[in-house]
Each structure stands twice: as C-alpha cells, then as structure tokens.
Write a protein that binds this ligand. Structure first.
Ligand SMILES: [Zn+2]
Length: 324
C-alpha cells in the first residue's frame, strides 16, 4: 500500500485538474483536461477515467498502482452518500450520484467533497495548516469559498452547506447583490470583483489624482491586483479600499474565530497572492474584533499550496478512509 498512488481530482466548470499523489501527500504527476459539460454532464466521469488510463500507460504503470480516487466538486456535497446536491454549470441534475458515477467509470473506490473543503483539507495535510486539526480555510477568488475543519474533520452541516464563509452578511443594508440571491455577503466585498467594486466607489468620489485613478483612465478598468499594487505604492485611495476590504475580512474572521477558536485561519485563492499587504492589514482588524484568548491563540496565515490544494485535499479523502 505504501508505494501506491491516490488520484486527486479538482473539478472545475472549465478545467479538471488531476494528480497522482503518494500516500504521504506528495504530487507525483499532475495534469489538466478541459471539463466537457455538454450532454447533461454525461462525459465528465468517463473523460476522467480515460485520461487516468492514458496517463498510467504513458508512465508504464498498471491500474493496480492506484488505490482510490478523491474528487472536489463545486457546490454542496452530501459526503456520506456521495451525492452532489446542486451544481450550476456542469450539466448535472440536482442530487447527482457523483461518487457512484466515478466508481463505475474508473473501477476505483471514490470519495467526493465540496471543492473549497478539499482545498482546506489540502492545506491542513500539506500546506499552511501544517497538520493543525482545527483549521478554517478561506478562498478569496472570483468568489469567496470556505472550509471549516474541526478535530480533523470537515464540518458538513445538516445540508452540506456549512463553512460557506462567503455568504456571511457583511453589509446588512444596501449591500450589492450576491450570486447566492442575498445582498451584502462577504463575497460582494472581499472577492476579486468585490474589491474592484469597493475601489470604484472610492474612485467615483471625484478624486482624479493618484495611481489607481490613472490606471482606470488608461485601461478603462481596474483589477483587484491594481488595487493592491497601488496601495503598496502608497496611493491613498487604494489604501482606503484595501482598508475596507480588510475590515470586512477581519470582522468576519474574528467572529468565526470567536466561535471556533481554530489553530489557524488560512487565506488562499488568487486574491491572497497580494501577500503581506493583505494579511497584515486583515490581522490588524482581526485583532480588534477577536476575543482576547482567541486573539492570542488563533493565527492567520497565507495558503502555501496554491492551485494544488484541491487535488491534495481530494487525495486526503481516500487516505483518511483507508486509515479508518
Ligand atoms: Zn451570498
């Protein structure tokens, strides 16, 4: 068993990431295929099975090298029953039996989990979590995802919707519309698009000097990265926008920490690439709202696995099953 591999899969709306991963969580080979969501998603698990067989052949290994397949999928997942409850852009109907479909296609034991939860498990196992058994992971990207690990296990909730940190209400009145149907969610102020929105509000206060407003004039638009870059260069307007983003993140994360007192809160996703300027600013706000024993024990850290967190966490699902 020690020299076998686990297949880790991170299923996205446009791309499927795959990796062969050793029993101690090291990536041996990783590759990607496009996600074919035509034909009501009928081809997705078939294509995964085919690409795995091709990769084994290319590497001259037999199927017996593989011990199981773990997959992170977008949307709420019923882990015990292996069912994906609803998915927006993969063609499947609600309550799609993904685990069974994956097992049938690949002839391997399978486990599935929500993708943000897989990223959290990956960071726990091999990343910034460094083995911490109580961990909260927040993914700041196009949206805001979350995963809560308590005592080494993902907190699922009664309907698979636990850990949806992105939909914590940050602006109770008059907030922007969120993809979930509510308004004022954390996602509307701390995702890449949310950050741009906050900066645009500042830019509209007819302040036409400074680096960020120059970028807007030159390019016709700004990105979240522009906001962080300009803040780093001392642009007052960008600093105000960053301050507001950090306030909302620090406020939400402190309240999560006041409830769970995790060992670590890990910030990942594209937005977290802003690095020190973001995390230091969030830490400052967090310190203000965290209960003293929480402030002294719960640490904030940047994710370290990048895009690999999902496949590594998916592999952990199989590893964890074998240990039981
Ligand atoms: Zn929402």
């Amino acid at each position: 068993m020690a020299d076998q591999w686990i297949v880790g899969v991170d299923l996205g709306g446009t791309t499927t990431k795959l990796a062969f991963i050793s029993m101690d969580g090291e990536i041996i080979h990783k590759w990607e295929i496009p996600t074919d969501n035509s034909n009501e998603g009928q081809n997705i698990t078939k294509n995964i099975a085919n690409t795995i067989d091709e990769k084994l052949e290319e590497l001259s290994f037999l199927k017996g090298k593989l011990i199981g397949i773990g997959m992170g999928a977008p949307g709420p997942v019923d882990y015990e029953n292996g069912v994906i409850l609803n998915v927006v852009n993969l063609g499947w109907n609600d309550n799609f039996p993904l685990k069974a479909s994956l097992e049938k296609a690949t002839s391997l034991p399978a486990a599935i989990e929500n993708d943000a939860n897989c990223a959290a498990l990956g960071e726990m196992w091999k990343g910034a979590g460094n083995g911490a058994k109580d961990l909260v992971c927040v993914t700041l990207g196009t949206g805001v995802g979350g995963g809560v690990i308590a005592n080494g296990n993902i907190v699922q909730g009664i309907n698979g919707a636990a850990g949806e940190i992105g939909h914590i209400t940050s602006i109770p009145d008059g907030g922007a519309a969120c993809n979930c149907g509510k308004t004022g969610c954390l996602e509307t102020v701390a995702s890449a698009t949310g950050i741009v929105r906050l900066a645009m509000v500042e830019l509209k206060k007819d302040e036409l000097t400074g680096e960020l407003s120059r970028k807007l004039r030159e390019n016709g638009k700004i990105t979240a990265k522009d906001v962080f870059d300009s803040a780093r260069n001392g642009d007052a307007l960008a600093i105000r926008a960053l301050d507001e983003v950090s306030f909302h993140l620090g406020f939400a994360l402190a309240n999560i920490a006041n409830t769970l007192n995790p060992e670590k809160i890990v910030l990942g996703g594209g937005v977290s690439k802003a690095g020190a300027i973001l995390i230091e600013s969030v830490k400052e706000k967090f310190g203000k709202f965290a209960f003293t024993p929480v402030r002294e024990s719960t640490k904030l850290a940047l994710a370290t696995l990048g895009n690999d967190a999902g496949v590594i966490g998916a592999a952990w699902l199989i590893k964890n099953k074998l240990n039981k």
